[in-house]
Design a protein around this ligand. Structure first.
Ligand code: PEP
Ligand code: MN
Length: 337
């Protein structure tokens, strides 16, 4: 981190600031140039509050030259991490498809979808039981009953399940859930992230609607700093000025994750697009850019779905997209994990 001082900064105040920084066990590199004076900080600067430093009367600006995340950072873990969940591998050439309805609606529905997505080659069954909805008047999910139905579908098909947690108070209910999803709206629910960090459950962390990549990595860091290293990242579209699509799929998130982190990155084209017809081209783009998996919403009868019907594929559409996915991942030298 470097601190750029204001021209003609009071020398006594500069000495005070340096003393304060040295007390934080940082090595100081003071460099006085013809026009600019900078203080270089060497050591662990992750706990430094940049805004407080910036507000100091002798400071012109503060810049980080290393990323504030450590556990999620590729610099400290050069090899890709492979996350293992219920016998499946994700990352470093192992690709996975997480498919199922937006919401669990009934036993018949979730079992029919589980059988169909399994037949087409998906590795995981997804389905929301606790649903974060924009309107409090929309269907909120079957909650605990929804979890029970997912577990029935798991038993009937042998598929591992992934479902969203909305509160740390529900953690005990998720014991038999294979992969716990943190939804976009909870990406910065730090209490929830810390609690999940204290478990050893694999976590599927979705990027917030308006989060920067650094904020995304910092949320992964919250989980990992508590000791849980089993984190899968998921880009699901971000808010932009374009009104014709639900969100904008940020394909550049994939190379950014690959460069700065060692964690696997999954793409959710369904929530990005908001329409079923766009799932296929976005899936192809995600695979070409290096994604480690896809999360795709599939429904037995999308027109009647209780949530996200417009973006859900029916069984035939999903089977077609899966054929393309299998072809494309083979082309990239990857295998289903
Ligand atoms: C979901 O996966 O159904 C969901 C609500 O996703 P997101 O948090 O990305 O909106
Ligand atoms: Mn959904």
């Amino acid at each position: 981190m470097i601190i750029i001082l204001k021209p003609k900064a009071n020398e006594e105040k500069v000495r005070d600031l340096i003393k304060r920084l040295e007390r934080m066990e940082l090595s100081i590199n003071y460099s006085e140039g013809a026009t600019t004076t900078v203080i270089g900080l060497i050591g662990d600067t992750s706990a430094i509050d940049m805004e407080i430093l910036r507000a100091h009367e002798i400071v012109a600006d503060v810049k980080r030259i290393t990323e504030p995340y450590k556990a999620a950072n590729r610099k400290f873990h050069p090899d890709d991490t492979i996350i293992e969940v219920a016998g499946h591998k994700i990352g470093q050439g192992y690709f996975n498809v997480f498919a199922g309805p937006c919401s669990v609606e009934s036993e018949e529905q979730i079992i029919a979808v589980a059988e169909a997505v399994k037949k087409s080659g998906a590795g995981f069954l997804r389905g929301g039981a606790f649903k974060p909805r924009t309107s409090p008047y929309s269907f909120q999910g079957l909650k605990e009953d929804g979890l029970k139905l997912l577990l029935k579908a798991k038993k009937a098909t042998g598929m591992p399940i992934i479902t969203e947690i909305m509160s740390e108070l529900h953690l005990a209910l998720f014991e038999d859930v294979d992969l716990i999803q943190v939804g976009a709206r909870n990406m910065q629910n730090f209490t929830l992230l810390k609690e999940l960090g204290r478990t050893r459950k694999p976590i599927f962390l979705k990027r917030g609607l308006s989060s920067t990549m650094e904020e995304f990595f910092m949320s992964a860091e919250y989980i990992m700093a508590e000791g849980n290293r089993n984190v899968i990242l998921c880009e699901r579209g971000i808010r932009t000025f374009e009104p014709s699509i639900r969100n904008n799929l940020d394909i550049s998130a994939i190379p950014i994750v690959k460069r700065f982190s060692h964690l696997p990155i999954v793409i959710d084209p369904s929530h990005a697009a908001g329409t079923a017809w766009m799932v296929e081209p976005l899936s192809k783009a995600a695979i070409a850019a290096g994604a480690d998996g896809l999360m795709i919403e599939v429904h037995n009868n999308p027109k009647e779905a209780l949530s996200d019907g417009a973006q859900s594929l029916d069984f035939d559409e999903f089977s077609h997209v899966m054929e393309i996915i299998k072809e494309r991942i083979a082309f990239e030298g990857k295998v289903m994990g």
